[in-house]
Design a protein around this ligand. Structure first.
Ligand SMILES: Nc1ncnc2c1ncn2[C@@H]1O[C@H](COP(=O)(O)OP(=O)(O)OP(=O)(O)O)[C@@H](O)[C@H]1O
Ligand SMILES: [Mg+2]
Length: 418
């Protein structure tokens, strides 16, 4: 049986303009910026796949989900992983079902073979009935074929394509080139309407130039402060606006530190929710230090963050002494125990004369108040140790995050958000 190819439709018009994309996405709780809205609009008009790269938690997967929700399209998702073979991506023959049918139809098969007297003749006869068992009834489509065969237009999310082997990438290329899939026993399926295809990558390996060439490419970075605040608002975290604004600044400051894993948008959201649950209305370094493990997932990151928090919460806290008391930690959060603060204040100054007026002093105090001996592993000590002042914050590094997106790996080529 051959499936007649059906020509793909011209580009569907789900959006009138980039502004229309921004509006439709905002309705779904996804906050775009100009660049993102424009690229999404263009992909919808050109029916070209969109390749999203960027660190973890910046909204790559969410963009595809939102695109589906905003256009009313069904979302089909191919989650890529190492060693995945194409049958899990394209289609499989439903062997179990084929077997069941042959069992049930045993009598019929016997009739079919009744007048054959040699094995060869019987095999020839069975072969002639192949098509009965290799037809669409026994086809188990996987996401790629399903996207092509779908009667309704769909969004196809090929998530974490960098984890897939190159062989699967080749299969993808073929599919993306023409929006068609060939099944040798059946023929070629061609999409009635080109799906919106969104591919995401965390850059664990370089994707082929051929794949990149076929896609519109967008590097998603951490949002600017306004957009991140807007995202927080849209998530209704329960944290007051002023505190949320402050939190966004703190998180951006943390991203500027040399952390192994920079906090992502989802972690900002989690932190806001955590603070809201604790009933926090005003941020201070102590409550942030108590909850920083929501955003810092490695011991070393937790320590570095804690050291930096006082100065991130209050950038003016460069003057020790009386002003320091002003943003002391214990008073507004009775439920948290910050024993030892005032005591630490009195003797921590002067230990490191070269940093005497540096905001890092605050970090040392906070850390000292919470630290217990022997917490740090060697690697942390080797990189400066907890008693050292934290590195001066770099201008908020929007492009850093996972190993693969660490500044060192990307040279100076990181783009800034528009
Ligand atoms: N622009 C945005 N507007 C609203 N929420 C967002 C936005 N970007 C990210 N988020 C939030 O961040 C969460 C994480 O996003 P998502 O899972 O898409 O990240 P990702 O880039 O796919 O990360 P990973 O590489 O780890 O898969 C989402 O569930 C969503 O709540
Ligand atoms: Mg994802």
């Amino acid at each position: 049986m051959t499936v007649q190819p059906v020509p793909a439709d011209s580009a569907p018009a789900d959006f009138d303009s980039p502004d229309d994309v921004a509006r439709a996405f905002a309705e779904q709780g996804y906050i775009t910026d100009r660049r993102l809205a424009t690229t999404t609009f263009v992909m919808s008009r050109l029916a070209k796949p969109l390749l999203l790269e960027g660190p973890a938690g910046v909204g790559k997967t969410e963009l595809a989900k939102t695109l589906a929700a905003a256009t009313g399209r069904r979302l089909l998702r191919l989650q890529c992983y190492e060693g995945q073979d194409e049958t899990k991506a394209l289609y499989e023959w439903d062997y179990g079902k084929q077997l069941l049918y042959t069992q049930i139809l045993r009598e019929k098969t016997a009739q079919l073979l009744a007048d054959t007297d040699t094995l060869e003749a019987a095999v020839d006869r069975v072969a002639g009935a192949d098509s009965a068992f290799f037809n669409e009834r026994f086809l188990a489509p996987r996401p790629l074929l399903e996207a092509i065969r779908s009667e309704d237009p769909v969004v196809l999310l090929v998530d974490e394509v960098d984890r897939a082997d190159e062989a699967l990438e080749a299969v993808l290329l073929e599919m993306l080139a023409e929006y068609q899939v060939s099944v040798p026993e059946l023929g070629t399926f061609v999409a009635k309407q080109a799906p919106y295809v969104v591919l995401t990558s965390n850059n664990t390996r370089d994707l082929s130039a051929a794949l990149k060439r076929r896609c519109l490419h967008l590097f998603l970075e951490y949002p600017d402060a306004d957009r991140e605040l807007e995202i927080l608002r849209s998530k209704r975290t329960g944290l007051g606006d002023a505190a949320a604004q402050r939190l966004v600044d703190v998180v951006r400051g943390l991203r500027g530190l040399d952390l192994r894993k920079a906090p992502s948008i989802s972690e900002t959201i989690d932190w806001a929710r955590t603070l809201a649950v604790l009933g926090v209305s005003e941020l201070d370094a102590a409550v942030l230090a108590d909850t920083v493990s929501v955003v810092a997932k490695y011991e070393r990151d937790v320590e570095r963050s804690r050291q930096a928090l006082p100065r991130l919460v209050d950038p003016n806290a460069t003057v020790p002494s009386s002003q320091d008391q002003g943003h002391g930690h214990a008073h507004s959060h009775g439920s948290h125990t910050h024993g030892g603060h005032s005591h630490d204040h009195s003797h921590d100054h002067g230990d490191h004369g070269d940093h005497g007026d540096h905001p890092a002093d605050d970090g040392r105090r906070v850390r000292a108040a919470k630290d217990t001996p022997g917490r740090h592993d060697d690697s942390f000590g080797a990189r400066g140790g907890p008693a050292d002042a934290p590195a001066a914050p770099r201008k908020v590094g929007t492009g850093q995050g996972t190993r693969s997106f660490a500044p060192g790996n990307r040279g100076g080529a990181r783009r800034r958000p528009v």
